[in-house]
Design a protein around this ligand. Structure first.
Ligand SMILES: Cc1ncc(COP(=O)(O)O)c(C=O)c1O
Length: 373
C-alpha cells in the first residue's frame, strides 16, 4: 500500500543533528535570560532575514504572541481586534492578558482579516489589532497599518504561518509594532516547539527579554510579572540551521504549489489559492475551497483523500468565536461572521511541503480531480 503523504514534514539534515550534538556536548543547554550562544546567533540571523532591528526567541508561537501583547501593555479593559478564522492561539493570547477579543470577518478570497471590517469595529477601548497571515498569505498590511496609525493602535502580526512571505518586497513581521512567528513541527522552519517576536524598537525588545525570563531586569530580580518563555539552546541550534535552508524550502514550496495549481486549475468546483499582485506566499499549506458546499460534503471529500493516503486537513473547521470556551465566556453567537463561517464549512488544505516528490503532487492532484472533478 502507498505510504500516507503527510500534510507537513520537518526536513532535518545533518547540520541540525551535528549542532544538537554539539550543544549537548557543550553542557550549555539554556541560560537564565534565554541569551545562550545559539539563541543569540539565531536571533541575529532571524532579525536580519526579516529586515528588523530585534528578534527575541521564545519557546512557542503562543508565548511569542502573549509576550508581544504584554510588552505592548495590553490587559484588562482593552479590546483587541482579531480574526476568528485562525488557530486558537491568536485569541488565547489576548484572553490570557485579560483583554477582550473583538472578532471581525475575513476577505473570502484571501481568508485574511478584512480591513474595512476592522474600521467598523474600532471602539474607545480598542488598543491593538492582530492580523493573521493565513496559510502563508499576508493580510493587507498596508491598509491595516494606515488604520492603526490613524487610531493609535498597536499592531501585532501573527506571522506563525508566514515566515518568508512578503508584501511589496517587505517581509511578514516587519510591518507591525511586533511580528510573531512559530517553529512548531509543521511550520516552514521548525525547532520542534519554538517562537520568535520581532520588533524595531529597543524598548519593546527589552520588555520582551524581561518578559521571557520572569520579568528580570539586568539582574536576577523581577521588575515586572514575567514567564518562563525561554528557548532552549538545542532548539535555537536547530532553528539557526533551519533558517539557513529557508530560501530553499520556500522555493520548493512555491514549485509544489505551482504544480498543484497546474493540475487543478480546470476543476470548476474548486477555488484555488493565489498570490495577489505584490504578494509573495510562503505556501505553508495549499488551501482550496469547495465552492458553495456544506460542511458534510467537504468532510466527505477530506475523508476520501485520507483513505487514499493523502493527509488533507481542515484549518479551521471551528472558528474561534464558535468554540465552546469562547462562546461560554463571551457569549459569541453563530451567524455573526458569515464569511468566516462559510470558509470554515468549505475549505481544506493540502500538502506542498519540500518533502514531496512530483509524483506525490500528481497523485494528490489526480485523486482530487477524481473525487470532485
Ligand atoms: C496562526 C497561528 N498562530 C499561532 C500559532 C501558535 O504557535 P505555537 O504552536 O508555536 O504555539 C500557530 C501555530 O501553531 C498558528 O498557526
Amino acid at each position: 500500500m502507498r505510504k500516507t503523504i503527510p500534510i507537513a514534514q520537518p526536513i532535518i539534515g545533518k547540520e541540525e543533528i551535528e549542532a544538537v550534538v554539539g550543544v549537548l556536548k557543550s553542557g550549555v543547554l539554556t541560560s537564565k535570560f534565554g541569551d545562550g550562544p545559539y539563541s543569540k546567533k539565531f536571533e541575529e540571523s532571524f532579525a536580519k532575514y526579516v529586515g528588523v532591528k530585534y528578534a527575541v526567541a521564545m519557546n512557542s508561537g503562543t508565548a511569542a504572541l502573549h509576550a508581544a501583547l504584554l510588552a505592548a501593555d495590553i490587559g484588562s479593559g482593552d479590546e483587541v481586534i482579531v480574526p476568528s478564522f485562525t488557530f486558537v492561539a491568536t485569541v488565547e493570547a489576548v484572553v490570557l492578558t485579560g483583554a477582550k477579543p473583538r472578532f471581525v470577518d475575513i476577505d473570502p478570497k484571501t481568508y485574511t482579516i478584512d480591513p474595512a471590517a476592522i474600521e467598523d469595529s474600532i471602539t474607545g477601548r480598542t488598543s491593538a489589532i492582530i492580523p493573521v497571515h493565513m496559510y502563508g498569505l499576508m493580510a493587507d498590511m498596508e491598509k491595516i497599518m494606515k488604520i492603526a496609525r490613524e487610531h493609535d493602535l498597536t499592531v501585532i502580526e501573527d506571522a506563525a504561518q508566514a515566515l518568508g512571505s512578503e508584501l511589496g518586497g517587505k517581509k511578514a513581521g516587519s510591518f507591525g509594532d511586533f511580528g510573531c512567528f512559530s517553529f512548531y513541527a509543521s511550520k516552514v522552519i521548525t525547532t520542534g516547539e519554538g517562537g520568535m517576536v520581532v520588533t524595531n524598537r529597543r524598548d519593546n525588545a527589552e520588555a520582551l527579554y524581561s518578559l521571557r525570563s520572569h520579568g528580570f531586569g539586568r539582574h536576577f530580580s523581577s521588575e515586572r510579572l514575567g514567564h518562563n518563555y525561554r528557548m532552549p539552546e538545542i532548539a535555537s541550534a536547530i532553528g539557526y540551521y533551519q533558517l539557513l535552508k529557508l530560501p530553499r524550502f520556500l522555493e520548493a514550496r512555491r514549485k509544489n504549489a505551482n504544480i498543484l495549481t497546474s493540475i487543478l486549475e480546470d476543476v470548476g468546483r474548486l477555488e484555488l489559492p493565489f498570490e495577489p499582485p505584490g504578494y509573495k506566499h510562503s505556501w505553508y499549506v495549499y488551501t482550496v475551497r469547495l465552492k458553495g458546499c456544506r460542511a458534510g460534503e467537504r468532510n466527505k471529500v477530506v475523508a476520501k483523500l485520507t483513505s487514499s493516503g493523502i493527509q488533507a486537513e481542515i484549518y479551521y473547521a471551528t472558528p474561534v468565536h464558535m468554540a465552546p470556551y469562547y462562546r461560554r465566556k463571551f457569549g459569541f453567537k453563530p451567524r455573526s461572521l458569515p464569511k468566516t463561517e462559510a470558509a470554515a464549512r468549505q475549505v481544506f488544505s493540502l500538502p506542498v511541503h519540500p518533502g514531496l516528490t512530483e509524483e506525490d503532487l500528481k497523485y494528490i492532484g489526480q485523486k482530487i480531480k477524481k473525487i470532485v472533478g
